[in-house]
Design a protein around this ligand. Sequence first.
Ligand SMILES: Cc1cc2nc3c(=O)[nH]c(=O)nc-3n(C[C@H](O)[C@H](O)[C@H](O)COP(=O)(O)OP(=O)(O)OC[C@H]3O[C@@H](n4cnc5c(N)ncnc54)[C@H](O)[C@@H]3O)c2cc1C
Length: 459
Amino acid sequence: MTRVLWFRRDLRLGDHPALAEASAAGDVLGVFVADDALLKPSGAPRRAFLARTLEALDDTMGGRLLIVHGRPESVIPRLVRSVEAEAVHVSEDFGPYGRRRDGLVQEALEKAGCDWHATGSAYAISPGRVRKPDGTPYAVFTPFHRAWSEHGWRAPAKSGTGVHWIDPESVDLGGGKRWAASDLAVAVDDGLTVPDAGEKAALAAWKDFREAAVADYDTERDRPDHPGTSHMSVHLKWGAIHPRTLLADLSRHRSAGAASYRRELGFRDFYADILFHKPESLTKSVDPAVDRMRWDTGKGAEEHLEAWKAGRTGFPYIDAGMRQLLAEGWMHNRVRMGVASFLIKDLHIPWQLGARHFMEHLIDGDAASNTHGWQWVAGSGAQAAPFYRIFNPVGQGEKHDPTGEYVRQYVPELREVKGKAVHRPWDLPDGLPSGYPDRIVEHDVERKHALSDWEQRPR
Ligand SMILES: Cc1cc2nc3c(=O)[nH]c(=O)nc-3n(C[C@H](O)[C@H](O)[C@H](O)COP(=O)(O)OP(=O)(O)OC[C@H]3O[C@@H](n4cnc5c(N)ncnc54)[C@H](O)[C@@H]3O)c2cc1C
């Protein structure tokens, strides 16, 4: 009896319920489909990291991972016929594109008389499960989090050993070509560092964080100048590790840090839940009034957008964040909030343009967390900070980077400026250091504009 295990956002062998089920039933063909619909919008950093994660997966499978390029609704049924598989096993995808794609694949498999088994997902609790007592979804995080914690999650699945992988070389690809993992990668910008990838790297990074930093996470997580967060988002993105594994470990820690970390994993599930119930929120504000507001357009707005993307706004904390994104494909959460607020409320540019730039550059770029992270800051989301709560780009830097170390790390023009003076280089006795730009806007003025645009929004 043969089974196909179609890997998607579950690129690991451990704690993998769909793999456990497939391998208990027979020999398994492990497949990843290089699907242009997902690859094309992914920027080079995320594709490079995906390629490395697949390479690592293939290694742990002894070279038995089959990667095929094409449309899943053609590729998967073709492979099913070729190995005479009885069933295709997957971890369920709850995103808008994934659900449409899986519907097409299931239709084709039904015609071919092949079963479809969806077991588990990328979340501790799959979207759609945590609901209010009246059956409707939660729109506010705190009650969602309470219900999510009470609902609980399964223990990690035992999987990955004793699997009889089918040799991809023995499979007739019907004219298709087997891809190497590296075929998925496109060249990344010079100087971009792509982190170690794959299940082993994810488990090692988690072990380091758990042992050294989780206890202090609640106090350290808002300090971009300290290594206080886990960087697990890049591994969670492709499922090199599952949140269930993290939660099982956290249950053995009693610290406030562990509780705070668990809450953030709840946020990840919450945003996936919102996107599941409101797929249109991928591009549209949950509060439609925000999309109808006055937004800046034309040459001036385009120049502002480019300065923001390049980290040349003249606000050191904002520029450090945007340059960290370009250099590492990652940005600290606090700074993500700050740069998003700056784009929306100081430059009056719609959140959708910022979200798109993030998705091009973030290695952890995730439709649900990114869209709803942006909508939270824009004040347009299901649970959002109100629009009129506007971050001060200088005050945020002084508060979260009190030593100025974060700015000095990413903005070389300001490296010689000592202490927190780095957040106000325009006040330096010798003037702006050479090469560093003037501020492109005045925060106090733009803050008033934003508030007035909000007041005058068409309702
Ligand atoms: C504008 C904006 C865009 C964002 N885009 C993304 C994105 O594309 N992908 C992404 O994974 N996260 C996104 N986030 C959430 C958050 O910034 C990152 O998850 C976090 O910075 C990742 O670093 P870490 O793994 O060290 O986090 P930690 O602080 O170590 O947190 C542990 C895990 O909890 C989850 N988490 C933490 N904070 C959040 C949050 N606010 N929302 C949802 N999940 C969270 C992540 O899975 C993270 O890996 C965004 C936030 C904002 C404000």
